[in-house]
Design a protein around this ligand. Sequence first.
Ligand code: SF4
Length: 382
Amino acid sequence: VSSREISEENQLDKLVGQIEGWAHEAGFQQVGISDVDMQNEQSRLRAWLDKRYHGSMRWMEKHADKRLQPELLHPGTLRIISLRMNYLPENTEPVKVLKSPEKAYVSRYALGRDYHKLIRKRLANIAKKIETEASAIYADLKISQRPFVDSAPVLERPAAHKAGLGWIGKHTLLINENAGSFFFLGEIFTNLPLPLNRKKPQNLCGDCRACLQICPTDAFPEPYVLDARRCISYLTIENPGPIPEEFRQVMGNRVFGCDDCQVICPWNKPANFTLEDDFQPRHGLESQELLELFRWDEATYLALTEGSAIRRIGYEGWLRNLAVGLGNAAPDEKIQQALREKRPNVSPLVAEHIDWALAQQQNPRRRRIRKLRREPIDRTRG
Ligand code: SF4
């Protein structure tokens, strides 16, 4: 080993310390570095896709190779720098809202501003600092880096696990021993040969099955496997079509995503809260009345969800989900009137959900929640 290589190694070690400092300054709670070898994930990912568990998320299929070979996504990538940032706002009392059927439950990550822009910007700043510093180490290397946050085919959880940020729980999310799971992940792909995290965190789920048992739609066919087609997050956010009737009653008041598997997880007690202003709830969305939200017209929806992840489902998806929530609320003449008033001016998709909600509201016998059977849908179809 030449003295030049030793000096490079020392400088890269120092650079990792600097990256940690910049990450903390930028509001990330933890950072780690992994290689790009994702081959261990191949059989799991292929089996998941073969079973059509990704539903209508065709991009999962289309970009599987890029997920498994990060260097195809960004040529030259040698390392993935993974970072995590807490998002749970304090005092948003998820369980209390879930137990209030007249309120709307919005997944806690979506209460404030959309995280994509904020995190991408901060990752880009860190990448710039890395580039400046690294060009002094490698005078002849063209440094090539790219930040990602949840919008590209990146196996972010396996990468973060390898980087030392936590283990993948039975609910398929990453859990950190000290911080639970209410955090976003972001990555910087880099062609710098940064030193790797040496110790993958041990899986501490043990005998616990709380997340699998609490799931309202029974979306885990087995531990560590999620059938997205049954997951309320998928049904209310990714799914552009009707919500299958068999899931509507058990959705309760969850109108944008679902956090049940995280809320029940013992590693989230006590929860770690975010300090970011941008992630604080806007427009009282942490415990807003279903009826109030349903009364928003499209202009109000567009104005009040500007810069929010809720924009993603559009006004039609919003009304569809709220109609299901209202169908599950206690029978109330005001709710029924609002449903009837809105019906003439909505799409056939929303109208069908409104009809379902009115039938629920008017016929208490339909309201008994039946226990879901394991195989109510054809699993071979998307
Ligand atoms: S609830 Fe239990 S099984 Fe599920 S992720 Fe948390 S510790 Fe693991």
